[in-house]
Design a protein around this ligand. Structure first.
Ligand code: NAP
Length: 307
């Protein structure tokens, strides 16, 4: 009989998006995992076996207990935008609580999922908030690694899926600005490989997680259109008009499809890395292999996390 490993790793959101890739990679490495989440069992994650505890920040003792015995904490927790009463400051504070609980629980290391180009001076709260969480990680007293993904693609993504969803339905597609700003998408599997690599490093590390191709936004939309077999007329809209269109569609879908700071981040090319790419999978290949499924169903951020 084989010995069961006693140590386990904790992944926040193992049934959500980025966390599912990390969970799968750990399971493939025969690591035992536990997840902290408020959404156990999402469609498409039936293969992920994990003990489940709530992802909550108000009962500190329970949080410490849920982390006790863990070797590595893979932290994906964050909020995509400010909504209702939840703002980025609260997400930073929650991250600090999680890190403190991990330290008190005796966790060896935290692998923190951040974002490309975070900066405490950024006028964009997402990127400024992420930089503050990175500081909290560095000051946590834990061994740490920080992974900075660009735009993550793969099963369960929102942005690429919803572009495909629009392309499948509309004869005209509105591109914000001239579409001449770059992105460097990275596969979820590559993010997971980089995260587990980082967990094994003796030193604390900060690395970008970016894919091999840097593409213009308009090129990415065209690749998605080719994959789903649509040939819409592309129209170039001012950022203001694009946001208005996104708001109208978002309202119809009871979601926030794209908001102003997100569009600014895209147009400022914050989803491009300045390091040698560590990811190897190409978005084009993934789109063609998943052409049948992408964009069939709208992916709602509010449905996923806020209702
Ligand atoms: N997606 C990307 O393209 C991308 C790009 C760059 C960086 N990142 C970073 O990667 C990490 C994971 O992002 P993701 O898009 O993959 O997110 P996600 O899996 O949808 O969510 C990650 C975790 O945060 C929790 N969460 C999300 N919104 C929440 C809310 N409103 N209230 C409470 N908890 C919430 C989720 O809870 P549940 O487990 O309950 O669902 C999950 O545990 C984040 O740190 C993000 O900044 C993502």
């Amino acid at each position: 009989m084989q010995d069961q490993p006693t140590k386990f790793d904790v992944v926040t959101g193992a049934f959500s998006f980025t966390g599912r890739f990390i969970a799968r990679r750990l399971l493939a490495q025969e690591r035992r995992i536990k997840t902290l989440t408020n959404h156990a069992r999402r469609p498409g994650t039936e293969d992920i076996t994990a003990e489940v505890a709530p992802l909550q920040f108000t009962d500190r003792d329970a949080l410490v207990e849920s982390l006790r015995g863990a070797d590595v904490l893979y932290n994906t927790y964050w909020v995509r935008f400010q909504h209702g009463r939840v703002h980025f400051g609260e997400a930073v504070a929650n991250t600090r609580i999680l890190l403190g609980a991990a330290r008190d629980a005796g966790v060896r290391k935290v692998v923190h999922v951040s974002v490309s180009n975070p900066s405490e001076d950024s006028p964009l709260d997402y990127f400024a908030g992420k930089a503050r969480t990175e500081r909290a990680v560095r000051e946590s007293g834990l061994a740490w690694a920080i992974i900075r993904p660009t735009l993550v693609f793969g099963q369960g993504d929102i942005l690429i899926n919803n572009i495909a969803w629009l392309l499948r339905r509309l004869p005209i597609f509105g591109v914000p600005g001239r579409g001449d700003y770059r992105l460097q998408p990275v596969a979820g599997e590559d993010v997971a490989e980089i995260a587990t690599w980082a967990a094994e490093q003796t030193d604390n590390v900060i690395v970008d997680a970016a894919g091999p191709d840097t593409v213009y936004y308009s090129e990415m939309v065209e690749s998605i259109a080719i994959a789903v077999g649509r040939h819409p007329r592309f129209v170039y809209l001012s950022p203001r008009m694009s946001l208005l269109a996104a708001r109208v569609i978002g309202r119809a879908m009871k979601d926030v499809m794209l908001n102003e700071p997100e569009l600014e981040g895209l147009m400022q090319e914050l989803l491009v890395s300045h390091e040698r790419p560590r990811g190897t999978q190409r978005l084009d290949n993934w789109l063609l292999s998943n052409a049948e499924t992408i964009g069939r169903v709208y992916a709602s951020e509010l449905e996923r996390h806020w209702r």
